[in-house]
Design a protein around this ligand. Structure first.
Ligand code: FES
Length: 217
């Protein structure tokens, strides 16, 4: 399965449904320095896109009816079920896959998704509306400079675990629509509406919110 290359200033994608802006918070000089180092390290390990080798549809945004499959690990390429998602996290990383053509939409890195299962009682009202049995999906692309959001760690500003982008330490709270709780990210992660059919997680609609970063790393 091909995997999209990493380019922090890749073009972003904005859903027509909603554009949301959040306010980032201040970070220390130390975290900026660490972030810059992380960005450099990440750029150094980038894969290269192989233009022309990806099947048709593999770079299209997630489509309603797509199934979500593991993007990494022992189960890479296999459909994600509710049973695969540990209660309370960590999130699973996923790609959308067209069930008719079996094309995995991994040719665009903007398609990488985080899926997490949380206690519905912990979710705010809007997030609970979008979740299915506490399961909610977000874009895995940081809104700051477009790094992949890879960490699930205790927040720097609270006692709960959050999504964290290690490039410049932005944190997002999945219980509150992935709003920014720390770091320079200017807005929340986009939400991907999902559905559950026979236990498998599928796409129920277009991204809500803008996908991708706003500035080069
Ligand atoms: S790209 Fe800068 S915090 Fe994520």
């Amino acid at each position: 399965m091909s995997r999209a290359s990493f380019t922090p200033n890749s073009p972003s994608y904005e859903s027509p449904e909603e554009s949301e802006a959040d306010t980032g918070v201040q970070q220390t000089r130390r975290t900026v320095l660490l972030g810059a180092l992380a960005t450099t390290a990440c750029l150094g390990c980038s894969a290269h896109a192989r233009a022309g080798e990806d099947p048709p549809g593999s770079d299209e945004r997630p489509q309603k009816g797509d199934v979500l499959v593991f993007s990494e690990g022992d189960k890479e390429g296999k459909p994600i079920t509710a049973a695969d998602l540990p209660a309370g996290g960590p999130p699973v990383h996923a790609w959308p896959k067209d069930p008719k053509t079996s094309v995995v939409r991994s040719a665009s890195r903007l398609n990488e998704i985080l899926i997490i299962r949380l206690d519905p009682a912990e979710l705010d009202d809007k997030t609970r509306e979008r979740a299915v049995d506490g399961i909610i999906a977000y874009s895995a692309i940081c809104s700051h400079a477009g790094c992949p959001v890879t960490a699930w760690v205790k927040s720097d500003v609270g006692d709960k675990e959050v999504f964290k982008c290690m490039c410049h330490n932005s944190e997002y709270d999945p219980r509150a629509g992935a709003q920014v709780v720390f770091g320079p990210a200017p807005r929340r992660l986009a939400t991907l509406p999902i559905a559950l059919a026979d236990g498998a997680v599928s796409v129920a609609g277009n991204f809500i919110g803008k996908v991708g970063g706003v500035q080069p790393g």
